[in-house]
Design a protein around this ligand. Structure first.
Ligand code: GUN
Length: 284
């Protein structure tokens, strides 16, 4: 057996085309473009690539996007002032502050300063709480994209055992909430989990989101499982690798996402969906 490939690139293109239609309709109705502002503090090379891709995708979908690049030594007060301005700017529908932030800045404080109704990442406590209690306003982009990928291949979720490796606020925790809401039995593993392979081998749906290259090999995967690789790791030779050892796992899994071309493009597509959603809500 060899796993079905889940083509995140193709699904993202479809999603982005749908957003472009909504963006055109929005502009016609409101007389302005839906707008996302992305804030990057510092010079993390991976973050620079991510934010540029986010801005480019917005523009390609007919939305307005501004990238604010601040120096690495920006103070927390200066960043909070900037966020206040964006909160008050009626042409801004979505605000995204790229994480991680430099150590002098408390990321919790910054996320809580973003107006919850412009928090297209879905990281604000109000949005995290709304997701947890079953009425999400904005669903965090990466887990949202993963749900769309599972849906695209008709993965049965009700009653399935989903095992998530990684418990971050960005991916692991919201992923667990979404799978739970869809009827899965969910196990969240972390770096202290004893006998990780014994856990992952139980998974009908395995989501790897830890940032450890090729952590998941074939011996850790139940035959036929759907394996979602959220990791994007730069190897010493410059190549990208996921958290899943793709070549090893492919013959065992039922379906698998590649890196690159898997979850990454869907994260961006869902950011556009959330921004569009925000703009449409603010219009009515
Ligand atoms: N850093 C890594 N992923 C993300 C994301 O989805 N949003 C933000 N703001 N920062 C990130």
């Amino acid at each position: 057996m060899t796993a079905q490939l889940i083509d995140g690139l193709a699904l993202a293109q479809q999603t982005r085309a749908q957003v472009a239609q909504r963006a055109a309709a929005f502009e016609q109705k409101s007389g302005r473009k839906a707008g996302l502002t992305v804030v990057l503090v510092g010079e993390n090379p991976a973050s620079q690539v991510y934010v540029r891709n986010k801005v480019k995708a917005c523009e390609a979908a007919g939305m307005k996007s501004e990238l604010i690049m601040l120096p690495a030594d920006t103070s927390q007060a200066a960043l909070l002032t900037k966020i206040d301005q964006l909160n008050a700017d009626t042409s801004v529908d979505g605000i995204l502050v790229q994480l991680p932030l430099p150590s002098q800045i408390d990321s919790h404080r910054v996320i809580e300063a973003i107006a919850a109704d412009k928090d297209v990442d879905g990281f604000h406590v109000a949005n995290a709480g709304a997701l947890m209690t079953g009425a999400p306003q904005f669903t965090p982009c990466t887990p949202y994209g993963v749900m769309k990928m599972l849906e695209s291949i008709g993965t049965p979720i009700r009653g399935a055992h989903a095992v998530i490796v990684g418990a971050s606020n960005i991916v692991g925790k919201p992923m667990a909430m979404l799978l739970l809401a869809a009827g899965a039995t969910v196990t969240i593993c972390n770096s202290k989990t004893r006998d990780l392979p014994a856990m992952t081998r139980q998974a009908d749906i395995l989501v790897a989101a830890v940032g450890r290259p090729k952590l998941i090999d074939a011996s850790m995967v139940k035959p036929g499982a759907v394996v979602i690789d959220v990791g994007i790791n730069r190897l010493d030779d410059g190549k990208l690798a996921g958290d899943v050892d793709f070549e090893s796992v492919k013959p065992v899994a039922g379906a698998i996402t590649p890196v690159p071309g898997g979850v990454g493009p869907m994260t961006i597509a869902m950011l556009l969906v959330n921004t569009m959603e925000s703009a449409e809500r603010r219009l009515v």
